[in-house]
Design a protein around this ligand. Structure first.
Ligand SMILES: [Zn+2]
Length: 288
């Protein structure tokens, strides 16, 4: 009795502490969730696979609020093979979608495209087999693009916007860097990076490891103004067309670009050559 009460108080205090702790508890890093192969089903497919009016049963909650792993599993099949007991994730969606790793895809005999979840137009076909029947999806099989779920507050903290891509690094005994990791911002999201089992295995990553954003990639379709000033310097041009008759070390110091392109008749001073070497720049003579 007494012990129960103590436990209850401890739990309540812990909960208060956890509530107050912002996601900065990770010290600027992002917890990693490894997604194993799984299926999202539309209600129509649920009924074809499990029976009329069937509702999938939540087994346990996932880290993203409202999402759950279901009790039910299906067999997924392709031209070369099949994989049993593939977990269904709920709740039901408007379109059915199957997310596998490249290793799984080879087993099935398919080459699905790398896509962000939900973008399945023109993706690969796949067959689903349940206890009540099977369904052939003409599209819906994808390799999921690595992504980071975050709240608007986290997006401000990391200075990234929804739809932007970043490069992340995971330290460890086999450190890896992943590029094109897409930022997904919603107030329904909790900070977490989702990668598939192939990516996790590449870096010997286990559930709960932390990732660090090391670079924000400039998206072509995105307005430059949206990119935080901190990252603007990464966009400096890679080459500079020099058009004067004399290139001295003063100009070399002023040119930000790595490559300096000069016309054939430009005189380059000895000190300019030294500075170019010292700053690890390259000099290209333009042949007109
Ligand atoms: Zn996700």
């Amino acid at each position: 009795m007494q012990e129960n009460l103590v436990q209850k108080i401890v739990e309540e205090v812990l909960q208060q502490v956890l509530k107050k702790q912002p996601s900065s508890q990770y010290d600027g890093k992002i917890p990693i969730g490894v997604s194993a192969r799984h299926v999202h089903l539309a209600q129509a497919e649920v009924e074809k696979l499990f029976g009329e009016n069937y509702q999938i049963t939540p087994k346990f909650e996932l880290s993203q609020p409202g999402q759950f792993a279901a009790e039910e599993t299906v067999v997924i099949a392709g031209p070369k093979g099949s994989i049993e007991r593939v977990r269904i994730l709920g709740p039901a969606r408007s379109l059915s979608q199957v997310e596998v790793s490249w290793t799984d895809a080879m087993k099935l005999g398919m080459k699905p495209p790398l896509r962000i979840s939900g973008d399945i137009k023109g993706s690969s076909p796949v067959t689903l087999i349940g206890p009540n029947g099977s369904v052939v999806l003409n599209e819906g099989l994808i390799i999921a693009q690595a992504h980071i779920h975050m709240s608007p507050a986290d997006s401000a903290r990391f200075q990234v916007a929804d739809g932007q891509s970043v490069q992340i690094k995971v330290e460890g005994i086999r450190p890896i860097i992943l590029s094109n990791v897409m930022i997904r911002v919603s107030d329904r999201y909790r900070l977490e990076m989702h990668i598939d089992t192939d990516e996790a295995n590449a870096g010997l990553i286990q559930q709960g490891a932390l990732a660090e954003i090391i670079y924000v990639q400039a998206n072509e379709q995105m307005d430059v103004k949206e990119i935080p000033p901190v990252f603007k310097q990464a966009e400096r041009p890679s080459s500079y067309q020099f058009d004067k008759k004399l290139l001295s070390q003063v100009e070399v110091l002023e040119i930000e670009a790595r490559e300096i392109i000069v016309p054939k008749n430009t005189i380059v001073t000895a000190l300019a050559y030294d500075k170019i070497r010292e700053l690890n720049k390259t000099l290209t003579i333009r042949s007109e």
